[in-house]
Each structure stands twice: as structure tokens, then as C-alpha cells.
Design a protein around this ligand. Structure first.
Ligand code: 5GP
Length: 329
């Protein structure tokens, strides 16, 4: 039986440093990993400590990792000698950070602690609908521009989901091409009926992208690319869409102030503040949504980011990727 390879794979949703884990029976035997790593779980015999290997690691030896159950809510109290339901303290904090201030969570999976997600390899077959590609971006990433550019290069393969708007149609526009033009009343009804993955106001008009708009792109066997606020991810993470999530971050240069040591002008100070804001935005999205991201794309400039995105899209169609097991069962 020793030869039988374990088929249980988990995506780690947190960073684990065995040397900082006071609960481990043996720190040297621990397997360090980072959020996003894929772990092959070799045995789950012990309820508290699993043995696992990191996929892609040349190291063949398995190490100890906290079991899902243990990581979620159980710890051993040495004083009472009992296993107590509670939360492992070191991981509780990071979880709270992650929820941030806007942290209203409708997804039941999200009320649990982020531990592991069971995953499997998935390759889209030719007769299957293409996976949804979701771009999220931090401040300055200009994901809409990136999306438009990559679609313009290959309009027979990629398409946007046509949004709805309440603004009047312009003479050159066609219903269903640039937008679906709807009345304010219709739009409000659609919002109430949860038809949109996201919506917002711009110059007193409403705009939004519907679930149906994505489906109709996929029905034409094209790969649908959406750029959304990261809050929309929860709605989109379903077996139907099998979204591949790309987080676009602008490459943020070092602060000017540090580079020009003497008398930074106020211009430089302003630029510094802008850069600081961009950094902060990237950190915040990473903390709150990083566990839902398949790929981070560091954007140097528009052309290279577009080329990189094109490469990713091409691989998506012909290679296999890790997806939650629940999407393919
Ligand atoms: P326009 O009315 O000039 O076509 O679009 C104006 C703005 O509406 C765009 O720059 C964009 O900010 C916003 N917009 C367009 N489509 C959508 C959408 O699907 N959702 C949201 N939230 N805003 C959109």
C-alpha cells in the first residue's frame, strides 16, 4: 500500500511557519508553506497533524502540517490536558485583518477560518464552455484598458460581457453591442433580483454587468473576460464559471524622496503620497482577497502586461490548472 500515491491535494489559504508554531509536536518535522501553495496530503490518520508534501518541491520527504480541523478551531490546553474548542491565536489575527472594514460576508464558506481548500487538476475540454477570466486590480492597474486591449487583438476568441446602463443610447451605439440600454426602473428591479455581479453609478447613470451577459458570451464559445471590484469574486466563484482570477498590480517604483536625498520638492512629496496609496491598495486587496487569486500579474507597462495576459489566456485553454474539487465533482 506504500506505493499508492495520495490523491488528496489542498491549496493552502494561509502561511505556515512551523518554527513559530508552539503547538507542533516537533518543529523540525514541520512543513513550511505559503498561502497559495498546493500540498499533497499523504496521510490524514492523525486528527491534529497531517503529513504532506509541497507539490513542485524536489524534497520528497513529507512534513507535518496542522489538520484542517485543528487549524480551524481546536487547540490542546496543556494545563487542563483537554482539547479545547477555540481558535489558534496566531492565526486568528491575520484572519481579522483579512476581513477589513467592509468585511460583510454572505458566503457561508467565508465564515469559516481560512485553512485549506481541496483542489484537483482541471483542464477545459474542447466541448466545455471556456472558463471565465476575472481581472481584479489595485489602484493604478487600469484593468479595463488591459481587458479591452487583449480582446481587440483577438475578438473572435475573447469578449467582454456587455454591461447594462441607464444612460441614453448615443447615435452610433447599438443595443446589445456597447450596452444593454434599460430604464432606471428596470435596472433597479434587476439589482433587487440579484442579476448583476457588480453595479455602480457614474455621472448619475447606473452601470452594471449581469450574470446573463457572461453566460451569453460563453454560449458563443468565447472566453469571457471581466474586470470587477474584488467584492464580486464571491459571486463568481462557482462551478459554472470556474473563474481564473488574475490580480493585476502596477509595478510601484521606489519613493522619490529616498532617491533624491536633498530637499524633496512638494511635487515629489505628492508623488510619494500617490505611490504610498498605490502600495496600500495592493496590500489591502492581497490581504482580503489573495486567497482567491490564481495568478498575480505585475504590470510594468501596458504592452508587456497585455502580452503576459495573452500568454496566460492561451495556456488556460490548453493546460490543466488547480481548481476547487467542488467545481468538478
Ligand atoms: P460611458 O457612459 O462613457 O460609456 O461609460 C462611462 C463609465 O461608466 C465608464 O468609464 C465606466 O467607469 C462606467 N462603466 C461602464 N460599464 C460599467 C459596468 O459594467 N459597471 C460599472 N460599475 N461601471 C461601468
Amino acid at each position: 500500500d506504500r506505493l499508492k500515491e495520495s490523491k488528496v491535494y489542498m491549496r493552502a489559504l494561509f502561511d505556515y511557519v512551523p518554527l513559530e508554531d508552539k503547538a507542533t509536536p516537533c518543529q523540525e518535522a514541520g512543513l513550511p508553506f505559503k498561502r497559495g501553495d498546493i500540498l499533497q496530503v499523504v496521510t490524514q490518520d492523525d486528527p491534529t497533524w497531517w503529513q504532506a508534501k509541497r507539490v513542485g518541491d524536489s524534497n520528497l520527504r513529507a512534513g507535518l502540517i496542522p489538520s484542517k480541523h485543528f487549524q480551524e478551531r481546536l487547540f490542546f490546553c496543556p494545563i487542563s490536558g483537554l482539547t479545547v474548542a477555540g481558535l489558534r491565536r496566531s492565526f486568528r489575527l491575520s484572519r481579522k485583518d483579512r476581513q477589513g472594514s467592509s468585511g460583510e460576508c454572505s458566503d457561508p464558506g467565508d465564515s469559516e477560518f481560512l485553512t485549506y481548500e481541496e483542489v484537483t487538476r482541471y483542464q477545459q475540454r474542447p466541448n466545455e464552455r471556456p472558463r471565465l477570466v476575472v481581472l481584479i486590480g489595485s489602484l493604478g492597474a487600469r484593468i479595463n484598458e488591459l481587458k479591452q486591449r487583449v480582446i481587440a487583438e483577438n475578438p473572435h476568441r475573447y469578449a467582454v460581457a456587455v454591461p447594462h446602463t441607464t444612460r441614453p443610447k448615443k447615435p452610433h451605439e447599438k443595443e446589445g453591442v456597447e450596452y444593454h440600454f434599460v430604464t432606471k426602473q428596470q435596472f433597479d428591479t434587476d439589482v433587487l433580483n440579484n442579476k448583476f455581479i457588480e453595479h455602480g453609478e457614474y455621472k448619475e447613470n447606473q452601470y452594471g454587468t449581469s450574470i446573463e451577459a457572461i453566460r451569453s458570451v460563453q454560449a458563443k464559445n468565447k472566453m469571457c473576460i471581466v474586470d470587477v471590484q474584488p467584492e464580486a469574486l464571491k459571486r463568481l466563484r462557482t462551478a459554472e464559471f470556474k473563474p481564473y482570477v488574475i490580480f493585476v498590480k502596477p509595478r510601484i517604483p521606489e519613493s522619490r524622496r529616498r532617491r533624491t536625498k536633498i530637499n524633496p520638492s512638494s511635487d515629489f512629496l505628492q508623488q510619494d503620497e500617490d505611490l504610498q496609496e498605490m502600495r496600500q491598495s495592493a496590500i489591502q486587496i492581497d490581504q482580503q482577497y489573495g486567497h482567491l487569486v490564481d495568478r498575480v500579474l505585475i504590470k510594468e507597462d501596458s504592452a508587456s502586461a497585455c502580452a503576459e495576459l495573452r500568454g496566460i489566456l492561451e495556456r488556460l485553454e490548453r493546460e490543466s490548472f488547480w481548481v476547487p474539487l467542488s467545481w468538478v465533482r
